[in-house]
Design a binder for this molecule. Structure first.
Ligand code: KIV
Ligand code: ZN
Length: 513
């Protein structure tokens, strides 16, 4: 079995998805989960692109020890210097330099001749190699590049010190057969190719990212780049969970394995969906809510007789346990703490107690408490864990009638400790709450997006609300869960505002995380 390295770019290419804007603390939370999942390499951001990205990469490089951390850089000395500052404290500093090699990109975007591109790439890799032990070079838009030019430039960047060569299908244009042939061609014609690891990086514009990545594996690639849930630019990146599970289920065919802990997949997918606000479609392969549901009578009959008739992946393989009753009314603090740790939450004693109280309150109202419910409670407490004073919802009450104007009364504890009460109206109940909250909050808040979904199924399922706001000029996402949709909506709104407050404090005070 060949070992395939998993290179996760959820925090860089994934974060380039429209509407996704994670703060440093959220990125760190995701990074810790990716480490638990067992990714070999984690691209934490593009340090030269913004102060926020720099800070995120540096924080992650200093905190994560079991995955190698990398940052993206253009083929400029300045980008490489900034990346070094962000990454120098990591276990094994690694840089990812990219430069486009296709005629379209060289002519119109870079306005450079192929020789100039070759020199720029070689100089950048040489410069990076003076500091970084691991230097990855990517031929952006490789799948639309001239193959002989790729042979020439790859040979030179390997001589300059590159340790990984990546051949991205930047615009999701290639097909499995063609992409596989490109990998074979490069290995047959680049004389020093055995000195490096060959990597694949696919986008899903034509829905072929997973198939293309697997074709690269079949043809010699030893590293796969992608994101969890396939989030990313335009139609997204290759979904790592799909590739890892395909390699596992079809190991007879691929003869390759990854180091991922597959039973951490579902939890990782949920966390990323919650923090990014990018909902996973029900029919999404591997992690979709319906991935293990059997609707047709014939299928149900078959599965009851023998699961393997229609089930090639077991829910347990990816850590799906949400249909089981996990903890109940009589569960104690110890069992709760154990379960929290199992789900990957390390909470302070105070927040663990708060979470336990919320769990107990929920057991009075909800028959079955599932992993998903616990996840929602614990995730809320984890974001509150940072010691910064924020807005806290004390109560919300709404009067609604088909012939009346909806009116909300909201009580909130402000960061100053003051208890504030306001009432307001709106075209609907949620709007009445949001209009009222915006009057309570000190700076202007503009609502940009609002989504609602249920956690699990059944009449007593929790509601999960997600909002995007612009608070005091900063875009932020927030989520809140509760049994009632209106309470969940109010919590999501305050959560989005609080995230900006926490982020600002983090920036000003450089809080220890
Ligand atoms: O899609 C792409 O080409 C990229 C590069 C920066 C590797 O994301
Ligand atoms: Zn990409």
């Amino acid at each position: 079995m060949r070992k395939i390295n998993i290179f996760d770019t959820t925090l860089r290419d994934g974060e380039q998805s429209i509407g996704v804007n994670l703060n440093v603390l959220e990125k760190l939370e995701i990074a810790k989960q990716l480490e638990r999942l067992g990714v070999d390499i984690m691209e934490a951001g593009f340090p030269a692109s913004s102060q926020g990205d720099f800070q995120a990469v540096q924080t992650i490089a200093r905190s994560i020890r079991n995955s190698s951390i990398t940052g993206l850089a253009r083929a400029f000395k300045q980008d490489i210097d900034i990346a070094w500052d962000a990454l120098k404290d990591s276990e094994e500093p690694r840089i990812h330099i990219f430069l486009a090699t296709s005629p379209i990109h060289m002519t119109y975007k870079l306005r450079k001749t192929p020789d100039e591109v070759l020199n720029t790439a070689v100089e950048a890799v040489k410069y990076a190699k003076q500091r970084f032990p691991q230097v990855q070079w990517s031929a952006e838009d490789a799948s639309r590049s001239d193959k002989w030019f790729l042979v020439k430039i790859i040979t030179e960047v390997i001589n300059a010190g590159a340790t990984v060569i990546n051949l991205p299908d930047t615009v999701g244009y290639t097909t499995p057969k063609e992409y596989g042939q490109l990998f074979t061609f490069i290995q047959e014609n680049v004389p020093n190719i055995d000195k490096v690891i060959l990597s694949t990086h696919c986008h899903d514009d034509l829905g072929m990212a997973t198939a293309n990545s697997l074709a690269a594996i079949e043809n010699g690639a030893c590293q796969i780049e992608g994101t969890i849930n396939g989030i990313g630019e335009r139609a997204g990146n290759a979904a790592l969970e799909e590739i890892a599970v395909a390699l596992h289920i079809r190991k007879d065919f691929y003869q390759a394995k990854t180091g991922l802990k597959l039973d951490e997949i579902k939890h990782t997918s949920q966390l990323i969906s919650k923090l990014t606000g990018m909902v996973v479609p029900g029919n999404k392969a591997v992690v979709g809510a319906n991935a293990f549901a059997h609707e047709s009578g014939i299928h149900q009959d078959g599965v009851l007789k023998e699961a393997s008739t229609y089930e090639i992946i077991t829910p347990e393989l990816i850590g799906v346990t949400s249909n089981r009753l996990v903890l109940g009314k009589h569960s104690g603090r110890h069992a709760f703490k154990q379960k929290a740790l199992e789900l990957g939450f390390e909470l302070s004693a105070e927040k663990l107690k708060d979470a336990f109280d919320s769990f107990k309150a929920l057991t009075d109202r909800k028959k079955e408490i599932t992993d998903d419910d616990l996840f929602a409670i614990l995730a809320d407490k984890q974001t509150e864990q940072i010691d910064v004073k924020t807005y806290e919802l004390q109560s919300v009450q709404v009067q609604y009638g088909t012939n009346n104007i909806p009116t909300a009364t909201v009580v909130v504890k402000a960061p100053t400790g003051q208890i504030l009460e306001e009432a307001g109206t709106g075209a609907g109940s949620v709007e009445a709450i949001y209009n009222t909250l915006s009057r309570i909050i000190d700076n202007p808040v503009e609502l940009q997006d609002y989504k609602l979904q249920s956690i699990g199924s059944g009449r007593d399922a929790l509601a999960d609300a997600f909002v995007k706001v612009n608070y005091d000029g900063v875009e932020s996402g927030g989520r809140g869960s509760a049994q009632d949709v209106l309470e969940a909506s109010a919590r999501a709104y305050l959560n989005a505002v609080n995230r900006v407050i926490v982020h600002e404090e983090f920036r000003k005070e450089k809080l220890q995380v």
